[in-house]
Design a protein around this ligand. Structure first.
Ligand SMILES: [Zn+2]
Ligand SMILES: [Zn+2]
Length: 356
């Protein structure tokens, strides 16, 4: 039996939408198959940024859904990990017995949000507890901070699976932030040719390093002209929207304009809350049979667990997670970490990780 302090530090959302570090009880192992882990690294996600300094959003809650850590204690039914193990932690926790959980689409479970916020989607704290099924041992050569950002790769692999990207295709990735860049890596692994658009030079530089076929700075160049030029006037086989937020009102339409007849537009960027209704070119979507493919998190794909697919790629040294992590902060400096992402033009941030 390991002796623990009863209290831990955690970052709570304030009424103003930033964070305050407070003491709170360490979560308990409430089920026989639960694991208690010390959080060692937690990534700041673009979706977290949608609620940064937005008053009254998630007030009083502990958030954060990209994490890795060390197992501290396990319930009696846990077989896959033991105290002291270094683990990647998947933060999607669903009910396990509804229709969607039953067919492997646990990311669509109606109870997902409630259960994940109560268990493992509390990365901005010192400890988390949740089902053992979400804990995956990582070897010593995989650092915690790299394992923590597997959630980003998970969404990107789900986008690849949902769109069936394959060798011989030309895709356009709109947005060169962490989602766009991780997707670029996976599209390359799948064998397609990737054009990536963005508005930050440091992100487009990274895209070049990661093997983008072409990069387009849409602040300086006409994206549509360049893409038509690069695809023989046809447009891209698949376009991935990886911006979201309030800009989605513009970027989704941009993506539709980049797609070829019979192509696909995948929507990865999370929309800002309370976004007003906006127009897209339904005429083109219909007449040219453009498939719109929403992508929300990840789950199983066929027999494979998508989190495990990207975990194996990371373990095998095929991902560039290390290069994507530009900044690290201790939990106490979480507000500074979020500011660093918010001011990425100045800070040149790509992926920011809290380390504990
Ligand atoms: Zn996320
Ligand atoms: Zn369920």
């Amino acid at each position: 039996m390991i002796m623990l302090e009863k209290m831990m530090k955690a970052a709570f959302k304030t009424p103003a939408g930033d964070f305050e570090i407070r003491e709170t009880p360490i979560p308990k192992i409430t089920q026989p198959d639960y694991v208690l882990a010390k959080v060692k690294a937690a990534g700041v996600c673009g979706s977290d940024m949608n609620f940064w300094k937005v008053p009254s959003q998630f007030e009083g809650m502990i958030t954060g859904h990209e994490l890795a850590g060390e197992v501290i204690e396990t319930g009696p039914a846990v077989k896959n990990v033991k105290p002291g193990d270094r683990v990647a932690i998947e933060s999607l926790v669903a009910c396990g017995h509804c229709y969607w959980c039953d067919v492997g689409q646990y990311h669509l479970c109606p109870e997902l949000m409630k259960i994940r916020w109560d268990t493992l989607s509390r990365a901005f704290s010192e400890y988390v507890a949740g089902p053992a099924d979400n804990f995956f041992k990582i070897p010593d050569h995989v650092p915690y901070d790299e394992a923590a950002i597997l959630d980003v790769y998970g969404t990107s692999v789900h986008a690849c699976n949902r769109t069936g990207v394959r060798m011989g295709q030309t895709v356009v990735i709109v947005g060169a932030g962490p989602i766009g860049l991780t997707l670029l890596e996976l599209v390359n692994i799948a064998g397609a040719k990737a054009i990536i658009t963005g508005i930050y030079d440091h992100q487009l530089e990274m895209a070049k390093k990661l093997g983008a076929y072409k990069t387009i700075n849409t602040r300086l160049e006409n994206g549509l002209e360049r893409i038509l030029d690069l695809t023989g006037g046809r447009g891209a086989d698949i376009v991935y929207e990886c911006v979201g937020g309030k800009h989605a009102t513009k970027t989704i339409q941009e993506c539709i304009s980049y797609a070829r007849s019979g192509g696909k537009v995948a929507l990865l960027g999370l929309l800002e809350d309370k976004l007003p209704p906006f127009k897209i070119d339904w005429g083109k979507v219909l007449l040219q049979e453009i498939d719109l493919v929403p992508v929300m998190s990840f789950a199983h794909w066929g027999n494979d667990r998508e989190f495990k697919i990207v975990l194996d790629l990371l373990i095998d040294g095929r991902l560039h997670a290390k290069e994507l992590i530009t900044h690290r902060f201790p939990l106490e400096k979480i507000n500074q970490a979020f500011d660093t992402v918010a001011n990425k033009r100045e800070t040149k941030a790509i992926k920011v990780v809290l380390t504990m």
